[in-house]
Design a protein around this ligand. Structure first.
Ligand code: HSE
Length: 298
């Protein structure tokens, strides 16, 4: 028995929702083939596209798969092949795609003993390996699609939020690698009450905007006074990019996950194309290597 899946990239945080908010891209992601083997063992049999460990216990897909099977008490073995299209350390949920894809595919092959949302904690084990912290804001949207909100980590409670139809996202990946572990280490551990007020105001409004397809409110809510000022220093020309996005009718702009990728939310394909080409011209003029994606959210 074998299954081939597309495992999507995700944009976590979305500025106002550090560690609790993320969304799923519909055309950027890895391909994975998962097959049953007769060895009672999870093996990573091949990885193409990226240089990542094949040892099961050092690979996020391997660790997530093992955590899931151990919980089920199932000794079936699986071979995992990953074609990485998402670069490691890009900030669009590379480790999450591998971990979520592995548990999703194995659950399918086993006849779906668990619901997709019940798979989130096992995929989070992959994130723990990758970054030292089991955040769910990439794995949840990778598994559930659309927007996900982590209402609580202990106990884990994840909500799916609606996606306004015309929403598009432009993702720029400057080709430098930032490890999530490192970009978490530079964050302050405390937040002033003033900043917290701004942040939860924005997050609440963003949720309302998704339910009402209020694109302008959605855009106004995409702000972050807590994490962005610290992490944006690592991203070449962050302030200039933000300005260019705003001048070209982006609804909002910020860091994707832990960076270095940045995202621009746009209403409709035309606006998204405009933002995409403006960003492209700018980075070209600065001679910076990059990748650019324009995606729907699904
Ligand atoms: N919320 C996590 C962080 C996402 O910002 O560290 C990592 O992709």
């Amino acid at each position: 028995n074998q299954i081939k899946i597309f495992s999507p990239a995700t944009v976590a945080n979305l500025s106002c929702g550090f560690d609790v908010l993320g969304c799923c891209l519909d055309n950027v992601g890895d391909e994975m083939i998962i097959s049953e083997n007769s060895l009672q063992e999870v093996r990573i049999t091949s990885i193409t596209g990226q240089d990542l460990p094949l040892e099961t216990d050092k690979n996020v897909a391997g660790v997530a798969a093992k955590a899931f099977l151990a919980d089920l008490g199932n000794s079936q073995g699986f071979d995992i092949e990953i074609d990485k299209k998402i670069k490691a350390g890009s900030g669009i949920g590379s480790s999450a795609a591998s971990a979520a894809g592995a548990v999703f595919a194995i659950n399918k092959l086993l006849g779906e003993p668990l619901s997709v949302s019940e798979l989130i904690p096992f995929a989070m084990e992959g994130e723990r390996l990758a970054s030292g912290n089991a955040h769910a804001d990439n794995v949840a949207p990778a598994l559930l699609g659309g927007f996900s909100l982590v209402r609580s980590y202990e106990p884990l409670e994840v909500l799916s939020l609606p996606t306004p139809e015309e929403l598009r996202v432009v993702v720029l990946h400057p080709l430098i690698e930032i490890k999530t572990k490192d970009s978490r280490a530079i964050l302050r551990q405390s937040v002033s009450l003033k900043k917290a007020i701004t942040q939860w105001g924005n997050l609440g409004a963003l949720v309302s905007a998704l339910y009402t397809s209020n694109y302008d409110l959605f855009g106004r809510s995409l702000q972050d006074e807590i994490v962005e000022p610290v992490r944006s220093i690592l991203i070449p020309y962050f302030d200039e990019l933000k300005k260019i996005a705003a001048e070209n009718a982006a609804l909002g702009f910020g860091i994707s996950g832990s960076g270095p990728s940045v995202y621009a939310m746009c209403r409709g394909d035309e606006n998204a194309e405009k933002v995409k080409s403006a960003i492209k011209e700018f980075y070209k003029s600065k001679a910076i290597d990059f990748e650019l994606h324009l995606s729907g959210i699904n």
